[in-house]
Design a protein around this ligand. Structure first.
Ligand SMILES: Nc1ncnc2c1ncn2[C@@H]1O[C@H](COP(=O)(O)OP(=O)(O)OP(=O)(O)O)[C@@H](O)[C@H]1O
Ligand SMILES: [Mg+2]
Length: 225
């Protein structure tokens, strides 16, 4: 299955007609397989709304969203669950790692939940920890990590099941410049090795500079750069 993304006249409205918020307003857009796209724009312009729609965590008020030939706008809960588990990796601004697990276990978790035995998940997790430069921290618990290390762990976890699409919503938003720099290096690796399609929301010109394309939103509408 291709993971090319196609949005056709997608809108997401909130609230009753008299006080309606147009979080996304008639957005049409295509993202190719293995493309690296940066989503930019001022606070409140609809970036996270777009990410939630792409992640199948929310459904559009109008319009169509296809991931390959999967129609997200009309998929049932079962198809959405399978899409999220199998095809999607998500990295949020606030790292949502489990505090009672160490780095290796956190990264392995998606595969363990899918029923793979630790003997099989371990080498895969170690390979990804190597990719994100976290091998020396494999046994650390979350409270023993810096913010940048947490985020790199979260990226490794988002990649472990080899998703077709990686969504990252301000992955460097909470980090100082050193931490952000290391996360950037990791994302650059992911893009260079063409591991997955990469859609990143960012306020950072540096992150956006690595992308193959920038997409700007303003008041829920597309502004082509
Ligand atoms: N559940 C909701 N109910 C009503 N309005 C909402 C809801 N979620 C988002 N909005 C509104 O939709 C608009 C877009 O929100 P969104 O979170 O997509 O912005 P954003 O571009 O991600 O902003 P930021 O850069 O601050 O994260 C905002 O005006 C927001 O207030
Ligand atoms: Mg946001």
């Amino acid at each position: 299955m291709s993971s090319a993304i196609r949005l056709q006249h997608v809108s997401r409205h909130y609230g009753p007609p008299e006080s309606r918020v147009h979080a996304l307003d008639d957005v049409s857009l295509e993202i190719a397989d293995k493309e690296f796209v940066a989503i930019m724009g001022p606070s409140g312009c609809g970036k996270s709304t777009l990410m939630h729609l792409l992640g199948g965590l929310d459904t559009p008020s109008a319009g169509e969203i296809f991931i390959g030939d999967l129609p997200l706008h009309s998929a049932d809960e079962r198809a959405l669950t399978q899409y999220r588990r199998r095809d999607l990796g998500i990295v949020f601004q606030f790292f949502n790692l489990l505090p009672t697990m160490n780095v290796l276990e956190n990264v392995s978790l998606p595969l363990l939940l899918a029923g793979e035995p630790p003997s099989r998940t371990r080498p895969k997790a170690m390979a990804l920890l190597d990719l994100v430069g976290m091998t020396p921290r494999a046994g650390h618990f979350v409270h023993q990590l810096s913010g940048g290390e947490m985020q790199r762990t979260a990226i490794a976890r988002a990649l472990i099941h080899r998703p077709r699409l990686l969504l990252a919503d301000e992955p460097t938003g909470n980090l100082d410049s050193v931490g952000a720099g290391r996360v950037l290096d990791v994302l650059r690796q992911v893009a260079t090795q063409a591991l997955t399609t990469l859609v990143i929301v960012t306020h950072s010109e540096e992150v956006a500079g690595m992308a193959s394309r920038r997409i700007r939103l303003r008041d829920g509408r597309l502004e082509r750069a």
